[in-house]
Design a protein around this ligand. Structure first.
Ligand code: G1P
Length: 295
């Protein structure tokens, strides 16, 4: 059973500038159709907990850590008189306290890349199998079975890396990690053949196209990764060799190394994604969650 999840959220939030300077991305607010006020952090954490995750490591910048902590403390003593008068505030305060029991903040002192963000959480993971979930989108449906549950279940079956994927057109491959798979007997599950971080369209067409998909569609990472314990040794190894001058420390590098040691799989969940790390996408996510628009 995977008990731990890591959610990298340390980015500068440049696409939400200048709000992102003072409001960490994970605290971008949403109002649900029933009027409930929530945030990206809560929606992601609640979805992970529903999938059976017990402890969540949120990777944040040292600057944002106190902001997240203050949020989860729900105003402490300063708000106690107001909470005493308003039972709905007290209920929210208690739900934040429960959530806090599952969250661990981990600092990423320098933004060296996704692989580095995950490596920063190594003490939290303590060598266990771990789910990594990219912290700027919300997986839909919010109700069961969520794509997170599906990837975690696939991992239980194969006990090897399982990566959530979605289809992207050729024109968008250079924005993603692209993966080539081969269909297995299990529905929606592909055996990973090869992967490459942000390829050119030509490279993708030549080396990364999955048989059975339309010729101009490719599998891209959808932001859910289930890793076996071998991830940690692999990342430690990369850490000893990594030179920031050589560019970004990607997670794809670790995935490529793992693929040399063991099989890995892709899971194409039946889902949609709400990105909230950029203004247009945030507007779309807000309207959808508020019940004012379709996906
Ligand atoms: C990261 C990953 C990439 C993945 C993408 C999904 O890239 O490195 O493999 O496809 O997230 O959103 P980023 O968007 O951080 O550049």
């Amino acid at each position: 059973m995977i008990r731990k999840a890591i959610v990298p959220m340390a980015g500068l939030g440049t696409r939400l500038y200048p709000v992102g300077v003072v409001l960490p991305k994970g605290l971008m607010p949403f109002v649900l159709a029933d009027g409930k006020l929530t945030t990206g952090l809560q929606l992601i954490a609640e979805t992970l907990l529903r999938a059976g995750i017990e402890q969540i490591g949120i990777v944040v910048s040292p600057e944002n850590r106190p902001v997240y902590e203050a949020f989860l403390e729900g105003g402490g003593e300063r708000y106690a008189p107001a909470r005493a008068k308003r039972p709905e505030m007290q209920r929210i305060y208690e739900s934040l306290r429960t959530l806090r029991g599952h969250l661990n903040f981990i600092e990423q002192p320098e933004l060296l890349g996704l692989g580095h963000a995950v490596w920063c959480a190594r003490s939290f993971a303590c060598g266990e199998p771990t789910l990594v979930f990219l912290g700027d989108h919300i997986p839909l449906p919010l109700g069961d079975p969520t794509p997170i549950q599906q990837v975690a279940q696939a991992y239980e079956t194969v006990q090897c890396p399982v990566y959530g994927v979605h289809r992207v057109p050729r024109s968008k491959v250079s924005a993603y990690g692209i993966l080539r798979g081969e269909l297995t007997d299990a529905p929606r599950l592909y055996r990973l053949q090869r992967l490459y971080e942000k390829p050119t369209p030509d490279y993708a067409q030549q080396h990364l196209h999955t048989e059975g998909l339309p010729s101009d569609e490719f599998f891209a990472h959808s932001g859910i990764y289930a890793f076996p314990p071998a991830l940690w040794e692999t990342l430690d190894h990369i850490a000893t060799q990594y030179d920031p001058a050589s560019g970004e420390w990607t997670l794809t590098d670790a995935q490529q190394r793992l693929l040399k040691q063991m099989p890995a799989y892709l899971y194409e969940a039946e889902s949609h994604w709400l990105d909230f790390g950029a203004t247009h996408e945030y507007r779309h996510a807000f309207c959808y969650l508020a019940g004012c628009s379709d996906v």
